[in-house]
Ligand binder design. Structure first.
Ligand code: HCA
Ligand code: CU
Length: 383
């Protein structure tokens, strides 16, 4: 069977930790927090950062102005509604670009802004024309794209492309899209517009990373991410997990980023939010490089790639070979003992392994228990 792999073309991360992430339950970033997070993400190498609209509050506007003055490699964006007042204020705050959005689903048209499709296009054209005059990079997205009429959104995208927008945005606002739908919608859009394409996907049904990845395969050029995936409800595509997905596809895709900073960035943001990094988070979760079963540890000790798609060293992280349990293998015990300066002749090794297993059958054990078993039989390692 031919296992076709669709390549991922060049892409940009739009980090929205300071916009979508501000919408996460309990987020309260001070101005200093925003500066610190922006500096870390700048060092990591994100290409863009999106901040909450300056209309939201004086601190929101102040943060945009502060980051606009900061030495940085990323382009500074703010997220604005499709109206002229918001667009003027964004320009006044010194952004490099504006992410303009408006709802196109029936729900949004009925319960949110109440505009017809023609009115949506008219106001979009006016805002894009104004921002273009100001030399501001522009993006126009249709909120709730996947619950909007397909022909309607394509009409809006085509009109915005013709109006000279730099990017159109596809938003899975309520997290209902699946990877094939995302791939299909963006492939179709790729044929309709000549500008760049952005994807913003929520994670309500766990597809945000897969959808973002398929969006790239279909021709999207920009992906919205946040640190740890924070955002409204359970958030959007987490940057770390998408890095993991891209890395396993082709490591060279993410070598443009300072990968060793990822754990620190997530630690800082988690601390500010007062949350733990979920234990099973790709790459940075505490069990991400934890090997346990004897069959696994035996192979990993010879060549980690056997059971690892991602090399923890690329992220400055250790690999853990767990020996304190009943599934332990002899080679893991030998390696653990050697690490503690203990040489185990084969018969002793067999005995230690058997004793660890027996004890672990009786109760959960710790490394101290393994150490106690070892110390009874300790011999120094020959150098
Ligand atoms: C929001 C909605 C949004 C916008 C995304 C976009 C969404 O919280 O204001 O601008 O592309 O998920 O639709 O985040
Ligand atoms: Cu969103």
């Amino acid at each position: 069977m031919h296992n076709r792999k669709i390549p991922v073309p060049e892409f940009n991360f739009i980090d929205s930790t300071l916009r979508e992430g501000e919408q996460f339950r309990g987020t309260h970033f001070t101005l200093d927090d925003k500066r610190e997070i922006a500096q870390l993400l700048d060092q990591f190498g994100v290409e863009y950062m999106e901040l909450s609209t300056p209309v939201a509050s004086p601190q929101s506007a102040g943060a945009i102005r502060a980051l606009a003055d900061m030495p940085r490699g990323f382009k500074l964006l703010t997220h604005i509604r499709a109206n002229m007042d918001d667009a003027r204020l964004a320009v006044d705050c010194g952004v490099d670009g504006a992410d303009v959005y408006i709802g196109t689903s029936e729900y949004m048209r009925e319960y949110s802004h109440g505009k017809s499709l023609e009115q949506v296009i008219d106001i979009g054209q006016e805002v894009i024309a104004f921002l273009n005059q100001q030399n501001i990079e522009t993006r126009f997205s249709t909120e709730d794209t996947f619950r909007s009429n397909f022909a309607d959104v394509m009409t809006v995208y085509r009109a915005m492309d013709l109006a000279g927008v730099d990017r159109v945005g596809v938003a899975d606002t309520v997290g209902i899209a699946d990877p094939l739908q995302t791939y299909n919608l963006i492939s179709n859009l790729r044929d309709v517009v000549s500008c760049d394409i952005e994807f913003h996907g929520h994670n309500d049904s766990s597809c945000a990373v897969a959808n973002a990845f398929c969006a790239l395969q279909a021709g999207a050029t920009h992906i919205d991410t946040t640190v740890l995936g924070i955002g409204e409800r359970n958030g959007i595509t987490p940057m770390g997990a998408l890095v993991g997905r891209l890395y396993t596809c082709d490591k060279s895709l993410v070598e443009k980023y300072q990968l060793c900073l990822l754990p620190e960035i997530e630690r800082v943001v988690a601390e500010k939010l007062g949350i733990e990094i979920p234990y099973n988070t790709p790459i940075t979760g505490e069990v991400a490089f934890h090997h346990k079963a004897g069959v696994h540890t035996n192979a990993v000790l010879k060549n980690p790639t056997t059971y690892e798609a991602i090399d923890p060293e690329d992220f400055g992280l250790p690999r853990i070979i767990d020996v304190a349990h009943r599934l332990v293998g002899r080679n893991a015990i030998r390696d653990y003992a050697a690490g503690r300066g203990i040489r185990l002749p084969t018969q002793v090794l067999n005995l230690v392994t058997a004793q660890v297993k027996l004890m672990a059958d009786e109760r959960p054990i710790t490394l101290e228990d393994v150490d106690r078993i070892l110390s009874k039989l300790m011999l120094p390692v020959d150098d």
